[in-house]
Design a binder for this molecule. Structure first.
Ligand SMILES: Cc1ncc(COP(=O)(O)O)c(C=O)c1O
Length: 438
């Protein structure tokens, strides 16, 4: 409640300080919602004008022309400029059914097993809203996609962090592996555990979880009756013929798994905010109830465009070609770090590479802004690399809880969802790091 304690006498009148009349919800004090996030620190506005942005994970190239044409066609129609059904436009749900049913080993039901959401992010938020009771625990592997945290806490949930552990075998600088300690995972599951988030291919590690790992997670989910959120937004970016296993297809797992997908990642259209969830009716129905109250429906014209994307992708060989392009982009960037002799986690999927920056000698007298003071060493390393060499990246300790932050402090995340010339240019600039390597 606003009080008059801050009133000041002005020209004989009492004047209230009206700048903060209404207290905001304590919900925002949770989940780092008010903290200055990495995206605003390493934002173009704070960095040199010609800095190459390998920080934030969005593309510097457009969606395919034929997908954009479908968007324009939808905008030119009448019906696609109006509300859609909260479940999503039927054309898109049918396209999702046709495209994904084979990889789920079942014929998906467009009425009860699919909903279209405003990006994967809103879909995930809706699942949390639909399933979490106050105090329910949500297990997430670290490093984690940063949106999980506020999405869980806003809905009353409590994050429980289980770190992936980087393992280096010494000889090959590219052989960093990130492993789950299954005893640690089991110990993290308390009677309050309700959900586990499994992100494969993984942002930011680039890890593709193995069948064996997913089977072990599935066994724990069965034992402790957990809802599994399979965040597979990078499912079309799995390199080197590595197997992408959908945890929903493991025995018994369909009934407890919601798979999260994104048109933004699939069609280089992150700003379109179109995603979808695939799950049994028992999960979709409550999630739809939440989603309908949050956004009512997802924007209509870009649902039509995403539908055209899925309808034509196979015939056009789109995902195969896109994968090859990403693999080439990845290799350009990896060569740059190999030349520098820096270790990195060889990405098996997604479009991120984690580079071990512990050998980068940051000059003590370098001018750092307030925003990176008192944060992990990686915050300073990323700032230094951006200012000195003109290539931005993201510090990985941001994706850890306070307690485990030191694991992430050795790494910077570089995104390779950029055209190949930009990546070549960035790679040339990065060679300037050699004189700062210990
Ligand atoms: C692991 C992961 N999940 C979900 C999302 C959100 O996807 P969308 O842009 O479709 O909301 C992202 C986006 O970067 C992501 O990296």
């Amino acid at each position: 409640m606003a009080t008059a304690t801050s009133s000041t006498a002005l020209n004989g009148h009492s004047k209230l300080d009206r700048s903060n009349l209404i207290p905001f919800s304590s919900r925002l004090k949770e989940g780092r919602a008010l903290a200055q996030d990495v995206w605003s620190i390493y934002n173009a506005a704070n960095l040199p004008a010609d800095c190459i942005n390998l920080g934030q994970g969005y593309m510097n190239f457009p969606p395919p022309q034929w997908v954009k044409d479908a968007a324009e066609e939808a905008l030119a129609s009448t019906i696609a400029n109006h509300y859609s059904h909260p479940k999503g436009r039927i054309r898109l749900r049918e396209a999702i059914r046709n495209f994904y049913s084979p990889s789920f080993n079942r014929t998906l039901d467009v009425e009860s097993e699919i909903i279209v959401t405003s990006g994967a992010n809103e879909g995930q938020y809706s699942v949390f809203a639909a399933f979490l009771e106050a105090g329910d625990e949500v297990i997430m592997f670290e490093p984690f996609f940063d949106q999980y945290l506020p999405s869980v806490t806003f809905n009353g949930g409590k994050p429980v962090y289980v770190p992936l552990h980087p393992v280096t075998d010494g000889s090959d600088p590219r052989s960093n592996n990130w492993k789950i300690d299954f005893d640690e995972l089991r110990r993290a599951i308390t009677p309050k555990a309700k959900m586990i988030i499994v992100n494969t291919p993984h942002n930011p590690v680039g890890k593709v979880f193995t069948r064996d790992e997913l089977e072990k997670i599935a066994a724990l989910a069965e034992e402790f009756n957990l809802l599994v959120m399979a965040d597979e937004v990078y499912d079309c970016l799995v390199f080197d013929d590595k197997e992408h296993v959908r945890i929903a297809t493991l025995p018994g797992m369909w009934d407890r798994t919601v798979t999260v997908l994104s048109a933004g990642k699939a069609f280089a259209a992150t700003g379109w905010r179109v995603g979808w969830l695939i799950a049994p009716e028992s999960i979709i129905k409550p999630t739809l109830a939440a989603c309908t109250r949050i956004v009512f429906c997802t924007n209509s014209p870009l649902q039509e465009a995403a539908a055209a994307g899925l309808e034509q992708a196979t015939e056009r060989g789109f995902f195969k070609q896109q994968l090859k392009e990403y693999q080439d982009r990845r290799d350009v960037l990896l060569d740059a770090f190999t030349n520098l002799g820096l270790k990195y986690s060889h990405p098996e999927g997604s479009y991120f590479v984690l580079v071990d920056i512990s050998k980068v000698d940051i000059p003590d007298d370098f001018p750092f802004p307030e925003s990176v003071q008192g944060r992990g060493r990686d915050f300073k390393a990323c700032w230094f690399i951006a200012m000195e060499l003109g290539v931005s990246s993201i510090p990985v300790s941001e994706f850890y809880c306070q307690e485990h932050c030191s694991i992430g402090e050795s790494f910077a995340r570089f995104a390779f969802c950029k055209d190949i010339d930009t990546l070549r240019h960035a790679s040339e600039r990065l060679q300037g790091l050699s004189k700062y390597i210990k």
